[in-house]
Ligand binder design. Structure first.
Ligand code: NHX
Ligand code: ZN
Length: 294
C-alpha cells in the first residue's frame, strides 16, 4: 500500500530533529528510486528508519548457523521478557540480521511522547536487558555464554547507577545526589577525579547497583524458565523469518501461524521518461522538485 502513515513514523522516531527527519525522508526516497518505484511507501520508510537509527544492514556478513542460533535465542530472550513486563514499551521488531555492531536486536518503541521515566519502566528495562544473556545461559549452557551481551550489561549498569545515584530510587541511599568520581575537565584535560562520596557510601552504591541488576537477572530467569516453550517458538521463528514485528511475535504465541504477504519489490508501473525520480520534496513553481543527493 502506498499510504505513508506519519503517525507510525512519528512513533518510531522519538527525539529526531527536523534534520534527522529530512535525512530519513531522503533515505526512503533513495531506496524507492533504487527499486524503480514511483512512490515512497511505508516499506521504504521502515528500512530507512532502521538504517538511520541502527546502522546499515550487513547481510553479507558470514555468520555460522551456530552463531545465528545463539543470536536468535538471545533476541528471543529480550522479546519474551519484554512481553511479560507490562511497563515495558511494546516491541516494534526483533531481528537477527546484523546491523552496525550488533548481530541482532530487539527494538521497542514508546506509544507516545514520554516526558518522564517511572520506576516500573526502569525495572522492566533492567529485566529486558538481562533477558538476552539469561536466554543464552539457559539454552547454550553456562560454559557457552559469550561476551556478546556487553552492550546490554553496560546499559543495565548505567541505568541502575542513575537510579541509585541521581533518581533517589534506592531506599538505602535515599533521595540524594551522589555525584561519584566526577571527572574534572580543565582546558580539555581531565585533571583529577574528585571523590565526593565517602568510602562507606561508595560501597553501598556499588551494592545497590549490583542488587538492582541481579534482581532483574533473576526476574528474567524466572520469566524465561516459566515460558521456555515460548522462548523456543520465538527463536525458531526468528531463524526462519529473520525479522518479526511485535504483532507477529504476539500472534505466534497465541498459536497463529506467521503469514507473510511478500510485497512485490517493484510494482511494475511503467516509468514515464525523465522526471520519474521519486521525491518527497515540495513541487517548485517551475514544476520540478527538490533534488536528491547522489
Ligand atoms: C562479536 N558482536 O563481537 C560480535 C560480532 C549477543 C547475539 N564477536 O545485545 O551483537 O557479539 O540484543 C551497542 C551496540 C557489544 C553495544 C552493539 C556492544 C555490540 C547485541 C558486540 C547480540 N542484541 N553483540 C545485543 C551483539 C557481538 C556488541 C554493543 C554492540 C549478540 C549482541 C556484539
Ligand atoms: Zn542483547
Amino acid at each position: 500500500a502506498p499510504d505513508v502513515n506519519a503517525n507510525v513514523i512519528a512513533r518510531g522516531t522519538p527525539g529526531f530533529s527536523g534534520a534527522d527527519l529530512a535525512n530519513l525522508v531522503n533515505e526512503a526516497a533513495l531506496l524507492a528510486a533504487r527499486r524503480n518505484k514511483r512512490l515512497v511507501t511505508m516499506r521504504e520508510f521502515e528500512e530507512a528508519k532502521d538504517k538511520v537509527m541502527m546502522g546499515a544492514e550487513r547481510k553479507s556478513m558470514a555468520i555460522t548457523e551456530e552463531e545465528k542460533r545463539k543470536t536468535a535465542y538471545h533476541e528471543a530472550g529480550h522479546a519474551l521478557v519484554a512481553l511479560h513486563c507490562p511497563a515495558s514499551d511494546p516491541i516494534h521488531k526483533a531481528t537477527i540480521i546484523p546491523r552496525g555492531r550488533a548481530l541482532g536486536m530487539v527494538m521497542r518503541l514508546p506509544e507516545r511522547d514520554q516526558y518522564s521515566y517511572a520506576r516500573d519502566k526502569m525495572y522492566a528495562n533492567l529485566a529486558v536487558a538481562m533477558g538476552g544473556r539469561v536466554a543464552e545461559e539457559i539454552i547454550l549452557g553456562y560454559e557457552k555464554v559469550t561476551s556478546g551481551a556487553s552492550g546490554d550489561i553496560q546499559m543495565a549498569t548505567g541505568l541502575a547507577r542513575s537510579m541509585v545515584t541521581k533518581w533517589g530510587m534506592s531506599e538505602k541511599l535515599g533521595p540524594l545526589l551522589y555525584a561519584q568520581n566526577e571527572e574534572e575537565v580543565f582546558l580539555g584535560h581531565s585533571v583529577a577525579r574528585t571523590q565526593n562520596v565517602s568510602e562507606a557510601t561508595a560501597r553501598i552504591i556499588d551494592e545497590e547497583i549490583k542488587r538492582l541488576v541481579e534482581e532483574a537477572y533473576e526476574k528474567a530467569r524466572k520469566i524465561l524458565t516459566d515460558h521456555l516453550e515460548d522462548l523456543h517458538k520465538i527463536a525458531q521463528a526468528l531463524l526462519e523469518h529473520e525479522t518479526l514485528s511485535g504483532d507477529e511475535i504476539q500472534a505466534l504465541l497465541r498459536g497463529e501461524k506467521i503469514v507473510r504477504e511478500i510485497p512485490p519489490d517493484e510494482p511494475q508501473v511503467p516509468r514515464p521518461p525523465a522526471s520519474s525520480v521519486p521525491t518527497t520534496g515540495r513541487p517548485r513553481s517551475d514544476g520540478g522538485t527538490e533534488p536528491l543527493p547522489a
